[in-house]
Design a protein around this ligand. Structure first.
Ligand SMILES: [Zn+2]
Length: 171
């Protein structure tokens, strides 16, 4: 038995300027709202991306694939495969977990750090953790930071970044 670790990072931006308030006036439909950490945020528009642009889940998937020495989501799913157009973070994560399990790995531990001016993650952290536990079977630590307004698009709320670590066990 051995253990192996991986790191993942992802960034997605909004197509247009958004309010960084936690209670914006505009509400977006389920198909058009922000998907982050397997949750939907109707007060924010969806980030740009080929899939649903769930940046936190993509970082986690890259960390898991890296730990299993299986490349990254881009190399696993391709960047223009019709099957993955608009795919949910949950669907991508499930596929990644099945892929590493087939190779003899199991996800033992993981953490995700979200870099975003909004939404405020502390308000939904428990819900996010519960959702990840439902899909992965383990408790995943989730943290967040704002960059205090620095780092251009990340600082002014026009993009969201996420970094993740994963520990896999090879049986
Ligand atoms: Zn992504």
């Amino acid at each position: 038995m051995s253990f192996t670790i991986g790191t993942g990072i992802d960034v997605h931006g909004y197509t247009h300027e958004v309010s960084t308030s936690n209670c914006p006036d505009v509400q977006y439909s389920a198909g058009n709202c922000l998907k982050l950490g397997l949750l939907e945020f109707p007060g924010f528009p969806q980030l740009q991306g080929y899939s649903d642009a769930d940046v936190a889940t993509h970082a986690l998937c890259d960390a898991i694939l890296s730990a299993a020495h299986l490349g990254d989501i881009g190399s696993l799913l391709g960047v223009d495969d019709e099957n993955w157009k608009g795919a949910s973070g949950e669907k991508v994560l499930q596929h990644v977990l099945e892929t590493v399990q087939r190779e003899g790995f199991s996800l033992e531990s993981a953490s995700i750090q979200i870099v975003a001016r909004a939404p405020k993650i502390h308000a939904c952290r428990n819900q996010m953790m519960a959702k990840y536990q439902e899909v992965t079977g383990i408790k995943i630590g989730i943290g967040a930071t704002t960059t205090d307004g620095f780092l251009a698009e990340l600082g002014n709320g026009q993009a969201i970044m996420a970094v993740a670590n994963a520990l896999l066990r090879f049986a």
